[in-house]
Design a protein around this ligand. Sequence first.
Ligand code: ASP
Length: 310
Amino acid sequence: MLPVVVVHAGAGCIPKEQAKVCSSGVRAATRGGYTVLQEGGSAMDAVVEVVTQLENNPLYNAGCGSVLNVKGEIEMDAIVMEGKTLGSGAVSAVRRIANPTQLARLVMDKTSHAFLTAEGASQFARAMGVPEVPEESLITDYARMRWKQNLAPGANPVECQMGKMGTVGAVAVDKDGNVACATSTGGILNQMEGRVGDTPIIGSGGYADNNVGAVSTTGHGEAIMKVTLAKLILFHMEQGQSVEAASDLALAYMKTRVQGLGGVVTVDPHGHWAARFSSNQMVWAAAQTDTLHYGVQTGEHVTQSIDNPH
Ligand code: ASP
């Protein structure tokens, strides 16, 4: 079993000029998660480290940089799950916190519940001493500009939903063979207030089970929920499919059955991993045995030493 961390930063269409810089942020976060594993940290510690770094980076649709809902506000969703206990924590429609994934982990670690939403989640955050941040500090000029564009008469609603995404997620296997996942998002651009997508929904935005593996998903949330994408992949793995084949089968099913596109990162407890997508692009990276793997386009697979900062 080889420790590994695999990361995605959303499935969709990434403007060319952004793909390079998005990839470099994902690689940096992947290195951060791998360092946690190398230092003996758990798979859960590694995925939370990765996703926290990406939430703090305004390039991605999670934490700072989240897309805006129809009212021009940010509501965020996140999930974590650990494969040893099947314990999970999720939050949805949370506002004014920098790192929803850390709050999801607190739900898992500090409550007897699995999912807190909206104002109750905010109250819990306050009780845990999670600092409240001004909403403006999470809103980027780019997010505001796209929100305005998509409110304009004649804006294409498909483009609005399947345009640049940037939800972030990670899966990992640690030296003890424990698997974990974390996924975090601002949702989809100009979503209705109160809309919750797949991300915090167990079995849709992520799932982790030491007996099978772990998955983090991205893509059109309403489609992902219809097929419970993360759990569907693990079902195929239980039937004997490889991480890659199981991911492809489930993504193909989502495409034909509900015309949904998306992407996933998948591991099994032995350290086999896959980053697969049916969308045009998905920024992804994986770190294992001191090698960093990464890509954006279908079929693209670059490798470099983990120590290479570029
Ligand atoms: N799945 C997310 C949602 O529907 C969006 C994404 O993955 O980019 O909320």
